[in-house]
Design a protein around this ligand. Structure first.
Ligand code: GP9
Ligand code: MN
Length: 650
């Protein structure tokens, strides 16, 4: 027993400081959280504090010293378990835990085995604060409590706690505007509001979306349906059915941005094959085409392509809503007699694909198990694209025809590593190794596409197929702006950043003969209607936000997942309106009329996903599936509306 008597709330103070420091040290040692400046470091340092003050502070309401101490130990243990679970999870998945992941553990096929490999005896250090607190309780003698002004002290304590919370939130808001309302990634949240607050926030967001599904009913779809019916462009007569009955091969060009197409690096073409293809008589190439993905990256692009819905603002819809009802392109083609498949040499549970593909009604998923990856066939994330293409085309020869298959490439993926023998051009010479290597992996991806074309021809599949290729999302993030500016020879403004979201989109129809560069401004949301119409399938009854890029009526309005948008004349980015031709800032009034519609589209799409609303829709007849009461209610509303109109007329 220590001789000296310590102030009354010593145990509480020791607990707060111990857990606080432990959390910060864990941030620095067990996660790779990117810190760009001193303010970010400061926010990271203080962010555990607000929650700890509150959680430990509850102990002030306990009368007996014993109960108080027990409670403090309980808080220390629970917070340690939360932190440590994240550490173990991060070792394997480089991500923080989010609720849906906990409920979908069976999707993480490898979770069980990887968990045991991610846990070590020495991890006991993550419980250092618990041990310290137990020691303090045993050895520190605190002054007996005086009943004096306990309530007033408590009040002061919680006012200070609240002040700390608001100080933290204020700094985060300054550092990362709209952190809690706009798109985000988990690292950014942990970095700004801290691990403990992040979990509370996550619980809030997830239970909100669960509640939305439970409370949702078919009548919510009425407004969305009306909006969509009013905005669907008619298919183009000329292109409708241009590829009817053919096999459909869709290739996802991993991380490929449009600047690589017809682009050079140190005098060498980056994508010689694809660049040549833009001039081909059987190819329609869209240079003004944008990705619209969010946190779900590749999986978001797949989601948009299959459904022509926007992905979610928070989290990957492949993870959060894989149980929903969808009306995918695969389902429609399947109903028209197509065999549908995805070919991707990665583990099937990545991005929860195995689950989601069931919901999208994809017949066959050829995952890593279906490929033979020999010596030297893998690099970076897995199987190299060239052997992948060779084996994929071989697999196609086994598929029942006509088939619709999607090939997901992998080599041109961050961090863009490549074996010496596969480097066909030099590295770039900027300060960013990422950008420097990107040119080489993009060049390799290009080569693999040529291999695919050759193989298709050799296997006799080429003539009777249509090949569609699109870039899934950016490869070079804004972290590399300086290097990118060096390459492009211009400063990367928010306008340029938005323009860098352009990804290639190719439609290649062997024998078509009228190939062209089509300057129509469009986005991934338009892929579904465009392809479906080429395949001769009507989409007039489908719930989809995109439009056929070949249609005369197609509207040039591309909404990014984060609310930025492009029109035929303007780019709205960073809350500034730019002229699309010059990139010069213009009057906000020019963008103003589009701000609401952009958000409306995103919100409608979000409500469909969160409410799982397509379960209330029959795409065969375009009818809503409504209950008796909903029908009655709608009928009443309609009558009231009619009466109102009559009154106005009189
Ligand atoms: C992984 C591949 C890459 O299977 O789709 O995913 P990304 O990181 O680009 O979303
Ligand atoms: Mn990707």
């Amino acid at each position: 027993m220590l001789k000296k008597e310590w102030p009354k709330h010593s145990i509480l103070a020791i607990a707060i400081i111990a857990t606080w420091l432990k959390t910060y040290i864990t941030y620095k040692t067990s996660f790779s959280i990117t810190i760009d400046n001193a303010l970010q470091e400061f926010i990271l340092f203080i962010n555990p504090l607000s929650m700890l003050l509150f959680a430990y502070g509850i102990s002030l309401f306990f009368k007996s010293e014993k109960a108080k101490n027990r409670y403090i130990v309980a808080v220390a243990i629970i917070s340690s378990i939360i932190l440590y679970s994240n550490v173990a999870f991060y070792r394997f998945f480089s991500d923080f835990i989010t609720l849906p992941i906990l409920f979908q553990t069976d999707n993480f096929g490898d979770l069980g085995s990887s968990a045991s490999e991610s846990i070590f005896l020495t991890d006991i250090v993550y419980f250092t604060d618990v041990i310290l607190i137990l020691l303090a309780i045993k050895f520190v003698r605190v002054m007996p409590s005086s009943e004096l002004s306990v309530a007033a002290q408590r009040k002061a304590y919680f006012i200070i706690s609240a002040a700390v919370l608001f100080f933290n939130l204020g700094l985060s808001e300054a550092e990362r505007p709209q952190l809690l309302t706009r798109s985000f990634d988990r690292e950014m949240l942990v970095k700004n509001i801290g691990m403990y607050n992040y979990h509370l926030y996550d619980i809030y967001i997830q239970s909100k979306s669960q509640a939305q599904r439970t409370l949702a009913n078919g009548s919510e779809l009425v407004e969305v349906n009306n909006y969509i019916r009013a905005n669907q462009p008619e298919p183009s007569d000329e292109m409708f059915g241009a590829a009817e009955g053919r096999n459909l091969i869709v290739v996802t060009l991993e991380s490929l941005q449009s600047f690589t197409i017809n682009g050079e690096m140190n005098g060498k073409p980056i994508t010689p094959f694809l660049s040549e293809l833009t001039k081909d008589e059987d190819t329609i190439y869209f240079p003004n085409f944008y990705h619209q993905t969010g946190l779900g990256k590749t999986s978001d692009s797949e989601f948009i392509l299959e459904n022509s819905l926007y992905p979610l603002s928070g989290g990957a819809v492949f993870f959060t809503h894989s149980g929903n009802t969808f009306n995918s392109m695969a389902e429609s083609l399947g109903n028209s007699g197509y065999h549908t498949a995805v070919q991707h040499a990665n583990t099937k549970s990545f991005w929860n694909r195995d689950m989601m593909y069931e919901s999208l009604n994809i017949d066959q998923f050829l995952d890593v198990e279906s490929y033979t990856i020999g010596e030297g066939d893998a690099v970076n994330w897995g199987m190299k694209d060239i052997p992948f293409m060779e084996q994929s085309v071989e697999q196609m020869t086994e598929m029942p025809q006509p088939f619709y298959t999607r090939l997901l490439t992998l080599t041109n993926h961050h961090p863009f590593y490549l074996d010496e023998e596969d480097k066909m051009i030099e590295e770039f010479n900027s300060s960013s190794g990422t950008l420097n290597r990107y040119f080489q992996t993009a060049r390799y991806l290009d080569e693999s596409i040529e291999v695919m074309f050759d193989e298709l021809k050799e296997k006799g599949l080429y003539e009777n197929s249509i090949i569609v290729m699109y870039g899934d999302h950016y490869g070079i993030s804004e972290n590399h702006n300086e290097a990118m500016a060096q390459y492009l020879g211009k400063e990367i403004t928010p306008f340029e950043s938005a323009q860098l979201q352009k990804v290639p989109f190719f439609v290649h129809i062997p024998g078509y003969g009228e190939g062209q560069i089509n300057k129509e401004i469009g986005g991934q949301i338009d892929i579904r209607p465009t392809i479906m119409h080429l395949m001769g399938l009507e989409t007039e009854k489908d719930i989809q936000f995109g439009g056929d890029l070949f249609s005369e009526e197609h509207e040039e309005f591309v909404v990014f997942r984060d609310g930025r948008f492009i029109t035929d004349q303007h780019v709205f980015a960073g809350n500034v309106c730019y002229d699309i031709e010059t990139g010069i800032e213009t009057d906000m009034a020019s963008c103003e009329p589009y701000i609401e519609p952009a958000l409306t589209e995103l919100e409608y799409s979000e409500s469909i996903i969160n409410g799982d609303l397509l379960r209330f829709y029959d795409e065969n007849n375009g009818q809503l599936i409504l209950s008796e009461e909903e029908l009655e209610k709608l009928e009443k509303e309609r009558q009231q509306q009619q009466e109102l109109e009559l009154e106005i007329q009189n």
